[in-house]
Design a protein around this ligand. Structure first.
Ligand code: ADP
Ligand code: MG
Length: 392
């Protein structure tokens, strides 16, 4: 999806006011009738209608007349509201190039006023799910479209809370900086996803470190659930950083063992394929003092015994039990649907290559903002009456 931040510069105070009104209307309307937008925005002389046309032209809202006439936010509109809020909070001042396209997210560089570069992850739940399940009408029938924005907001909230807690417990994760709507701001990892790494000085050490992370997570009561070569970053000094946390679950989840084993399996499979480690490792680890199962792999049952309570603390913080349940249901139901066709590491790979062309266009079309220029444009005079009022 194209994120032309230049458009932000041309949006007026009224544009943001109406965009915010659409967002507020969406709390209890899938499609918000124009009259309701008008009432919330409170612009004089029918100004709302003119502004709506402008927002529509810029693809910040979508017009829908299937059931009744109205508008809803697009992801782009939601992006702008989040970016605007974070810029007003002085979390960053400019948006730069796109550095990643995940399964259900877009990642951009952003820069603070003093030039520090951070990473901005915009969650886009529904993007691949639509594709994966588009033929399964029943599955989508009860999912209303505005839920994607809502679920993306939950995913961001969860990711932020987990990143923060994991960092505080000494896990190698990006530093969690801030979060608004579906957007998470974190430190930029200076490295590459493991999937892009062809050679390692010490593949054995990296393998141990990575496997150790899965075990240590479980000892803290958590399972990553998408622990693979796409979500492990390696820098020049072969330092490991793990990313991507919206799908994490507690070791007390009913499918915990399966998720744990799958994470371990992904690492074994990848290291075997790419670095030819597996057979040697099997022999070495057999019968060692490590609490492993008969294949020499860490076993869920042994780490579960030692499980701490970070999962419970996290469940209690940030978002409600109901939200947690909704998220888990969505993410893991979806994963189950998808995994009936393929295993989780290849599916992500396919999705990346599938979107390859689009990505190239996106990166080229997003001008890297000259920082001084962009900071002026994003710090312009457009301020929302109450930017975070609709942020729950
Ligand atoms: P998704 O949930 O959509 O898979 P990820 O969090 O895995 O999204 O991010 C997708 C890609 O973006 C990663 O594979 C990585 O290349 C890049 N990326 C994500 N976070 C960072 C970061 N903090 N620093 C640098 N690159 C990042
Ligand atoms: Mg990922």
């Amino acid at each position: 999806m194209k994120l032309d931040v230049n458009a932000l510069r041309y949006l007026s105070k009224d544009d943001f006011r109406v965009l915010t009104a659409v967002e507020m209307g969406m709390r209890n309307h899938e499609i918000v009738p124009a009259e309701l937008v008008d009432r919330i925005a409170g612009l004089k002389h029918g100004g709302t209608y003119k502004v709506l046309r402008n927002l529509l032209k810029n693809k910040l809202v979508h017009h829908d007349a299937t059931k009744y006439d109205g508008y809803r936010l697009t992801y782009l509109g939601y992006d702008f509201l989040a970016i605007k809020t974070l810029v007003n909070r002085e979390v960053f001042a400019s948006v730069g190039r796109q550095i990643g396209v995940g399964k259900e997210s877009d990642i951009f560089e952003v820069a603070t006023e003093d030039g520090t570069v951070l990473a901005m992850k915009l969650h886009r739940l529904g993007r691949t799910s639509f594709r994966a399940v588009k033929s399964k009408r029943d599955y989508l029938a009860h999912r209303r479209s505005f839920n994607w924005l809502y679920l993306s907001r939950l995913a961001a909230l969860k990711e932020f809370a987990f990143m923060k807690a994991l960092g505080e417990h000494g896990f190698p994760v990006p530093t969690a900086v801030d979060c608004n709507r579906h957007c998470v701001i974190m430190s930029l990892v200076q490295g590459y996803p493991l999937v892009q790494v062809r050679e390692l000085q010490n593949p054995d050490d990296i393998f141990d470190t990575i496997l150790g992370l899965v075990v240590r997570l479980a000892e803290h009561g958590l399972i990553h659930c998408d622990f693979n070569e796409f979500n492990i970053m390696i820098d020049e000094d072969e330092k490991v950083t793990m990313i991507d946390f919206p799908q994490m679950v507690s070791v007390s989840h009913r499918n915990a063992q399966m998720f744990f084993d799958r994470d371990i399996e992904c690492i074994y499979k990848f290291f075997n394929k790419r670095f030819n480690l597996l057979s040697e490792r099997f022999e070495e680890q057999n019968g060692s003092e490590i609490d492993d199962d008969e294949n020499g792999r860490p076993s869920f049952l042994s780490v579960q015994k030692a499980a701490g309570s970070l999962d419970k603390k996290l469940a209690a913080s940030g978002f409600t039990r109901k939200e947690q349940v909704e998220m888990d249901k969505f993410i893991h139901e979806n994963a189950e649907e998808e995994s009936s066709d393929d295993d989780n590491s290849t599916s992500e790979q396919e999705q990346e290559s599938e979107g390859g062309d689009v990505v190239a266009v996106k990166i080229n079309s997003l001008k890297i903002a000259d920082q001084s220029e962009a900071s002026t444009c994003l710090n312009g005079e457009n301020t929302l009456a109450n930017p975070s009022s609709s942020n729950g």
